[in-house]
Design a binder for this molecule. Structure first.
Ligand SMILES: [Zn+2]
Ligand SMILES: [Zn+2]
Length: 406
């Protein structure tokens, strides 16, 4: 996925002279047997390595792979009911003839030891080519609501904190992440996961918890209500409502959107890997560079569409990008934004929020950004279906970050 880009970046945020940058492809949300995923971390990591990813984060619920952990073979078998090939068989076959796999009997029950990240990291990592980022899905809640926040490049586990409301729980956990970042000096990127899972987090919640800077605009789990329902907005609309409130009312920067797998099943089943990822334009493949680039908004989210170049010229107010060819696919790019004179809460649907302002076809696209917008962003949709869809009729897409709001 890496392509060296020598470009004059037009964004004043970046260097004004030519600079070498790469696009790095990564999935930041993955589960393993360390929590409720159904494969061993080495097997999952190898899948991402072989499927053209540059980095990945194993993000199990409320745990890091840094302690002694044995799991019962019964648990492993239970986690893969109805799926094609047993995890244990594949694991044994992969490491046959080595002493890598450790098993023992615990009161007559067979157990397998899960490898720590520090033990298996060196099997896969290669400087500049493949990186594993330590991560946790801090899985908090409020009443029946799921408040799940991924913390990438975390150094010590954070146990989920409780609070008196959804917003307070979000805020307290984000503050705990920020505190660890300050103490360790290591940047930690936090993204709020699947807001519509159990209809947990509204666009208004996302807008008002301003410590939150990133959220999942696409998550590959089929149970996360990506499209919303008759009365509740889908993930893209949530993004627009939250960003409109942030910019217009709270005078805060918009949220950036990531796409992730949130994979749990690796032997068939509903929730397999390879559905959502981010493409980050960074100097180097290391956590610091990747997180710095994402904090500048220098990345896009994807479920199958790749962009070769994106530049935003603040002076001429034009965004230009190139879409990579994909066989005979056609692409539709939609410029989406909210005008400054939108009607807040006009019919509770907030008239004019996240409107499609222009549509273009083709591979080389330029959109002028009107002056009267709070922000603009682009969704690109391919005519081709997603390779591994999480919902019926899913097309390959890409989502660029909001611009024109500074
Ligand atoms: Zn979750
Ligand atoms: Zn998850």
């Amino acid at each position: 996925m890496k392509r060296l880009i020598l470009s004059v970046l037009l964004l004043p945020l970046f260097l004004s002279t030519a600079s070498a940058q790469n696009w790095y492809r990564g999935n930041t949300h993955t589960h393993s047997l360390w929590s409720d995923g159904n494969d061993f971390p080495e097997m999952i990591t190898e899948w991402y390595l072989q499927n053209d990813y540059d980095f990945m984060a194993l993000s199990d619920h409320n745990i890091l792979a840094d302690s002694e952990k044995w799991v019962a073979l019964d648990y492993i078998l239970n986690r893969q009911k109805g799926e094609e090939t047993p995890a244990m068989e594949k694991y044994l076959a992969r490491y046959a003839g080595t002493d890598w796999i450790e098993t023992h009997d615990n009161k007559g029950k067979k157990e397998v030891r899960l490898k720590k990240l520090e033990e298996y990291r060196s099997l896969f990592e290669k400087r500049g080519e493949f990186l594993i980022i330590e991560a946790e899905e801090i899985s908090a809640g409020f009443e029946k609501m799921a408040i799940h926040i991924n913390a990438l490049n975390i150094q010590e586990v954070i146990q989920p904190l409780k609070g008196k409301s959804v917003r307070e729980v979000m805020s307290l956990n984000l503050q705990a992440i920020a505190k660890q970042e300050k103490t360790t000096g290591e940047p930690i990127l936090a993204h709020l996961n699947h807001p519509n899972f159990r209809w947990s987090i509204t666009a208004e919640d996302l807008a008002h918890v301003i410590e939150e800077k990133f959220f999942e605009v696409y998550n590959g789990h089929p149970g996360i209500n990506h499209h919303g329902d008759k009365t509740r907005p889908g993930d893209e609309k949530i993004w627009d409502i939250a960003n409109t409130i942030r910019i217009a009312e709270l005078k805060q920067p918009p949220l950036y959107g990531v796409a992730t797998d949130d994979s749990h099943n690796y032997h068939g089943g509903p929730n397999t890997p390879g559905r959502g990822w981010v493409m980050v334009r960074a100097k180097r493949l290391d956590p610091k560079s990747l997180i710095a680039a994402m904090r500048k908004g220098d990345f896009y989210a994807s479920s199958g569409v790749y962009l070769d170049e994106i530049s935003w010229n603040k002076k001429t107010r034009e965004i230009t990008f190139e879409i990579q060819a994909d066989g005979d696919s056609n692409f539709t790019s939609e410029l989406i934004g909210t005008r400054k004179n939108y009607q807040a809460n006009a019919d509770k649907g907030q008239t004019g929020v996240g409107e499609v302002l222009a549509t273009k076809k083709g591979h080389s696209i330029t959109f002028p950004i009107p002056e009267d917008l709070l922000y603009a962003r682009i969704t690109i949709t391919s005519s081709k279906g997603a390779t591994n869809p999480s919902f019926d009729g899913q097309k390959k897409q890409a989502w660029t970050q909001p611009i024109g709001w500074r």
